[in-house]
Ligand binder design. Structure first.
Ligand SMILES: [Zn+2]
Length: 249
């Protein structure tokens, strides 16, 4: 079967004999792994479309479970993401997060649009790249149906006295449920309404409205910590390589 789809390259691996494997977040088929013999040398349109971060159009042949890229052209290479180290690390982190979040071959058009917008905005952004990254991660979680529940108690549904936040249960806890769980569980925080409100804000607002937003350092650190624990617990996303790089800075 021949098909054409737009897509974003999440990963590229060289294999023997000039062959490459690409992990592409495709608009029509979700995440797919595809092989190709197209050379990456030079700066022509098809070479640029094979690089990580590239948004391109891909002509694909499918044989059984195997995808092969016959041709491609670049729509946007997102080339300048590589020109700033902070920008590059944050974009890499967002890309790795997306790769782990996506199951194989399940269409995820809304997330595709969001991820594409994230890369476009990251490319233009000049500072506070991490604010955009956490905003994207929270919104991506929400689109995948894994966002934390923040308006009521995850255990009993009460909307009163929401004094705890449980990573494991994925949301806020009322005082009574928090007391019940307190000794059994490690990942319970006291509710920090400022932080929860920022998280809610980031999930609800369109990504485009975060263009000029810069979170303060301590707020950012707290949200990053919650996101990290949360991803490990709910998505089996532990220690993103690019995140380790960021933490070492
Ligand atoms: Zn409760």
């Amino acid at each position: 079967m021949y098909t054409e789809t737009e897509g974003i390259v999440l990963k590229q691996t060289k294999i023997a004999a000039g062959r490459r494997m690409l992990v592409i977040f495709s608009k029509h088929y979700g995440k797919i792994s595809a092989g190709t013999y197209i050379s990456e040398r030079g700066n022509n349109k098809s070479a640029l479309a094979l690089r990580p971060f590239a948004y391109g159009k891909y002509q694909i042949r499918r044989t059984g479970d195997y995808y092969h890229i016959n041709g491609c052209e670049t729509i946007s290479s997102h080339y300048s993401i590589g020109e700033d180290i902070d920008k590059f690390l944050c974009a890499s982190c967002g890309m790795e997060f997306t790769n782990k979040l996506l199951p194989e071959e399940a269409e995820a058009k809304k997330l595709f649009v969001l991820f594409s917008e994230f890369l476009d905005m990251m490319e233009k952004r000049t500072k506070k790249h991490e604010t955009l990254l956490v905003g994207y991660q929270l919104k991506a979680l929400a689109l995948s149906g894994s966002a934390p529940l923040l308006d009521s108690c995850v255990m009993c549904g009460s909307k009163e006295n929401l004094t705890g936040f449980s990573i494991t249960d994925g949301g806020t806890l009322c005082e009574a449920c928090k007391a019940l769980k307190r000794n059994k569980e490690r990942l319970i925080y006291e509710t920090d309404f400022d932080i929860l409100n920022v998280i809610k804000f980031l999930i609800q607002k369109p990504l485009s409205q975060l263009e000029n937003l810069a979170l303060g350092d301590s707020t950012l650190e707290k949200i990053k910590m919650i996101l990290k624990d949360y991803a490990v617990c709910h998505l089996d996303i532990g220690g993103l390589k690019s995140e380790e790089c960021m933490n070492r800075r």
